[in-house]
Structures are given as structure tokens and as C-alpha cells.
Design a protein around this ligand. Structure first.
Ligand SMILES: Cc1cc2nc3c(=O)[nH]c(=O)nc-3n(C[C@H](O)[C@H](O)[C@H](O)COP(=O)(O)OP(=O)(O)OC[C@H]3O[C@@H](n4cnc5c(N)ncnc54)[C@H](O)[C@@H]3O)c2cc1C
Length: 483
């Protein structure tokens, strides 16, 4: 493989996907190299999925600027990319005088940052907004919301791909050699790429890629947060995210409805050295449930359907203090755009971050617009969300809509087929899961996993033994028990 690019993006979480999509507005040959087999398999798929209002970040920081910018534009973004989004609002609940002081400070910070509609509300209004919530008063942010981090990242990447960006999955960048001021050789165990520019969007790997670009010294800490996912029965009981009063560095354990009707409980926060271990220990789950029950009483073991964890890449200074997002183009490392420490609110802020990154490139060479760029992308139609008339029409036109594959989430064969034929060309079980919600319901794939595997096998012509759950080596089957 000796692909030649104008720009090579390393990493395709939400940031790399947003950068690739924003770069595609210009007449450039763009490639993305990603070590995993699909987008969104690391931090971008392992978070609270909250569109933040921007009141929790120090004024003047990129975190505050990018977050507020994204929050204000997100209805339009969600429509353009056809992704689920609900502007639910959010409450930060307090009980004591100290809590009130802290919330007033947060309110002032939010106002300076340009966060809109913030107000302190009393107990009666709090109960009106979120019945059964425990707390005496709250800071209410009507502009906050919830999104689907998988669909959003996939949409950005699919839109980039349909605008001409090449994707190379399963390629871990191990070395970057500068051959000239504007020529790099980017090495992965599976091949080599040549490019004039490199953009570092490597998330937890940002420090290593930064070193490879010749920008040394970034110390990246990984803060791990665990979550419990609750059954959809609980969704209707929680109209918006409920947070405790934040500390300076940490949002606290919260309860958050998802756009699909589940509730997530978490995260806690603990610095870890292993950036690959995503297991959730039982004692952490007990701690999450106990802490969050102080805010909202509907957390019961019978509703637990899954757990997950995410790891935030935090850029720490020599005193261990967390620093702002880095979006830089250093003179000593020409033709590189370096994104470092993109922790929370990176999901919210992805597009503003991407625009700033692309602007740095555009300031250094003249770019021609891509005349055929189309910002719109259409997602897979969710059968279960359609009216009865629309469902009948879909089945009439395509009988595959009449075959239910996932009973818990009511996902049809037609949707699975569209997911298998996804524009990015990825075929792991997790790729189908994130695109359709098959295997995400109460039984977690007990019923449908084998059926999804059969569809993948039939559509792609692969052997059942070759079907992976998500990563290389995660083969699901050793073969057929009966022929
Ligand atoms: C617990 C938790 C809660 C959060 N809650 C929220 C929230 O509610 N709202 C919000 O706005 N933000 C939230 N965030 C933050 C948000 O998820 C991140 O800021 C965002 O996902 C970062 O995206 P990314 O693309 O930089 O990283 P990633 O999604 O990790 O993507 C980086 C990609 O680079 C790839 N990569 C790394 N090294 C290499 C290499 N050498 N070669 C090739 N590829 C490589 C990785 O495989 C990965 O796919 C939360 C994060 C966590 C962990």
C-alpha cells in the first residue's frame, strides 16, 4: 500500500470523523487511518452522550468556546446529518448553602461563556421538570441535550466518505517519518501511506502521535469512568439528565436518559495507566448505584442490562493540573495539525474543534472548495419509530421490513441489511449493533446475535468463523455444531 494523500487524519473517533468531514469541503485528497475496525470503538462510543451547555468550563478556554458554539448549532447539525438529538435540558441539583454558592458561580461562568437560558430553580419547579428527583433546588440549563454518540460519529464519517475521503481501518500508526518539509511517510504494520499533512486525532493515543510528529512533552492521563445501563422501562421516568453539583474537575455521577429510552448511571472517575481495559468491577457498580440513588430513586438491579466504561484523555501539566484542549499547528513541526487532550466536552464540541483545525491548515496553504461537497447524509430508517401507515408502506415496498430480527429493539432484516452494506464497509457485530441497535436490548443479543451473524455471512460471503465481535481476535464462532 503506497497511498498518496494531501492530508492524512490519524484516528476516527468523533474528532477524526468531524475533521475528515470538514476537510472534505475542500479539494483535497484525504485519508483516515484508524487502528480499530470501525469508527467510534474508543472514547467517542463510551461516554454520557450529553450535549453540554458550556457553563462548566473556564471562560476563554477552547473547551468553553467550542462547547457553546456546538450547543447553539446542534439542531441544524442533527438535521443535516439525520441523527437523533433531543434538547431535553438538564439540571444540576443541590441541597446545601455551599451547593447554592457553587451553582451561582456556575451560573455566572455560564453567562460569561454565552450559555443561554440558565436559571436557578426552586424545589417545586425542579419536581415539575423531573418528578421524583431528590434535591432542594437546581441550576437548570434548557439548552443542554442528549444525542446518540454512535450515530453521530458514524454520520460524520459516512458523510466524509461519501464526499471522497478514504478510510483505512485496522491500521495502527506506529511510526511517522518526515521525508521533507511537506512529505511524510506514515507507517502501520499493514502498510505505508505518504502525505503532505498529518492531523493527529488519536484520542488516548494523542501523546504518542504528537511525539511522532516531533512535538514532545505532552503528558496524557487517562481518567476512567464506569456506567450501568438501565432497561427502557426507566426511560420515561427521567425526562432530562440529572447531575449533582460539579466539583472543579469532575461533573459527578449523574443519571442520563438516552435518545433511545434507556437510562445510564455514571460515571465515576479514576486515573488509570492501562488505556485498554474497559471492564467494570462489581464494587464500582454498587458505588454508582448508591451515589446516583441520592439524586433519583429509580435505580434497581432488576433493570440493569449492561455496563460499560470510557477513558478520558486529559492533558496534565507538570503539577498534574488538567489543561485546555490543544488545537495547534506548530512552526517547528510544519504541515501538522496537533489535537491533544480532547477530553469532555469533546463529543459536543467535535465540529467546532474540527473547524478550528481545518482553519489552521487553510491559513497555511490556499484551499479550493470542493464543488461537489454535500453536507447532508441520510441514516437508516428505524422501522419501530414509524407510524403504522408508514410501517405498512415500508413492508409493501420491501418485505424485509416485515421480518423482525431483534425482538427487544424491534429491528428488521431490512435495517440489518442496510447496516451490513454501510458506506464505511465495516462488518463486525459491533458495527451492526451501533448502526441499528440490534443486540442492544434487554436480552443483549441472546435472541438475535446468531441471526445477525447469518446475515453478515450471507451478504459478505465470509465464513462464520471469521465474524468478529469488534476487534481483531474477537471471533465469535469456531464453526458449525451441525452442518
Ligand atoms: C466517561 C466519559 C464521559 C463523557 N461524557 C461526555 C459527554 O457527555 N459529552 C461530551 O461532549 N463529551 C463527553 N466525553 C468526552 C468525549 O467522549 C471525548 O472528548 C471524545 O469522544 C473524544 O473523541 P476523540 O475522537 O478524540 O477520541 P476517540 O473516540 O478515542 O478516537 C480516537 C481514535 O484514534 C484511534 N487511534 C489512537 N491511536 C492510534 C494510532 N496509533 N493509529 C491509528 N489510530 C489510532 C483510536 O482507535 C480511536 O478510534 C466523555 C468521555 C468519557 C470517557
Amino acid at each position: 500500500m503506497n497511498e498518496q494523500y494531501d492530508v492524512l487524519v490519524v484516528g476516527s473517533g468523533v474528532i477524526g470523523s468531524a475533521v475528515a468531514r470538514e476537510l472534505a469541503r475542500f479539494d483535497l485528497k484525504i485519508g483516515v487511518v484508524e487502528k480499530n475496525l470501525d469508527v467510534c470503538f474508543e472514547t467517542s462510543g463510551r461516554n454520557s452522550a450529553v450535549l453540554h451547555g458550556g457553563f462548566a468550563y473556564d471562560p476563554g478556554t477552547k473547551k468553553a468556546e467550542c462547547c457553546v458554539e456546538a450547543c447553539l448549532e446542534f439542531d441544524e447539525v442533527a438535521q443535516e446529518l439525520d441523527v437523533p438529538f433531543m434538547r431535553t435540558g438538564k439540571v444540576l441539583v443541590g441541597n446545601t448553602d455551599a451547593d447554592m454558592e457553587s451553582l451561582k458561580k456556575t451560573l455566572e461562568t455560564g453567562k460569561i461563556n454565552g450559555s443561554q437560558g440558565l436559571e436557578i430553580i426552586d424545589k417545586a419547579r425542579l419536581r415539575e421538570l423531573v418528578p421524583a428527583v431528590c434535591g432542594e433546588f437546581a441550576l437548570y440549563s434548557p439548552m443542554s441535550g442528549i444525542l446518540d454518540p454512535f450515530q453521530y460519529t458514524i454520520a460524520l464519517a459516512e458523510n466524509a466518505k461519501s464526499n471522497g475521503v478514504d478510510y483505512h481501518f485496522g491500521h495502527e500508526v506506529t511510526e511517522i517519518r518526515r521525508l521533507a518539509k511537506d512529505r511524510f511517510q506514515v507507517v502501520t504494520p499493514k502498510g505505508t501511506f505518504f502525505t503532505r499533512w498529518v492531523v493527529n486525532c488519536a484520542g488516548l493515543g494523542c501523546g504518542k502521535i504528537s511525539d511522532m510528529l516531533g512535538i514532545t512533552g505532552y503528558r496524557i492521563g487517562g481518567s476512567k469512568g464506569n456506567y450501568i445501563v438501565l432497561d427502557k422501562r426507566t426511560g420515561p421516568l427521567l425526562p432530562m439528565p440529572v447531575y449533582p453539583v460539579p466539583s472543579n474537575t469532575y461533573m459527578g455521577i449523574h443519571v442520563t436518559p438516552t435518545v433511545d429510552g434507556n437510562v445510564t448511571v455514571g460515571p465515576d472517575a479514576e486515573y488509570v495507566n492501562d488505556f485498554t481495559y474497559y471492564g467494570v468491577p462489581q464494587d464500582k457498580m454498587n458505588y454508582l448505584a448508591e451515589s446516583a440513588s441520592d439524586l433519583w430513586p429509580h435505580i434497581h438491579k432488576k433493570d440493569y442490562i449492561r455496563n460499560y466504561a470510557g477513558i478520558l484523555p486529559k492533558w496534565l501539566d507538570e503539577n498534574g493540573v488538567v489543561q485546555d484542549f490543544v488545537i495547534e499547528a506548530r512552526e517547528e513541526a510544519p504541515n501538522t495539525i496537533n489535537l491533544v487532550g480532547i477530553e469532555s466536552p469533546g463529543l459536543t464540541a467535535a465540529l467546532p474543534i474540527a473547524r478550528r483545525a481545518v482553519r489552521l491548515l487553510a491559513e497555511r496553504e490556499s484551499l479550493r472548495p470542493n464543488a461537489s461537497f454535500n453536507p447532508r447524509r441520510k441514516g437508516i430508517i428505524r422501522f419501530s419509530e414509524q407510524s403504522e401507515e408508514e410501517q405498512a408502506r415500508l413492508v409493501r415496498e420491501n418485505p424485509d421490513y416485515g421480518e423482525l430480527i431483534c425482538r427487544c429493539e424491534k429491528v428488521t432484516k431490512a435495517e440489518i441489511l442496510q447496516a451490513v452494506q454501510n458506506p464505511l464497509g465495516t462488518h463486525t457485530m459491533a458495527s451492526i449493533k451501533l448502526r441499528t441497535r440490534a443486540m442492544m436490548g434487554r436480552c443483549q443479543g441472546g435472541y438475535c446475535q446468531m441471526r445477525v451473524a447469518q446475515i453478515i455471512q450471507k451478504e459478505t460471503g465470509c465464513r462464520v468463523e471469521d465474524i468478529l465481535y469488534a476487534r481483531e481476535g474477537s471471533n465469535l464462532f469456531t464453526g458449525w455444531v451441525r452442518e
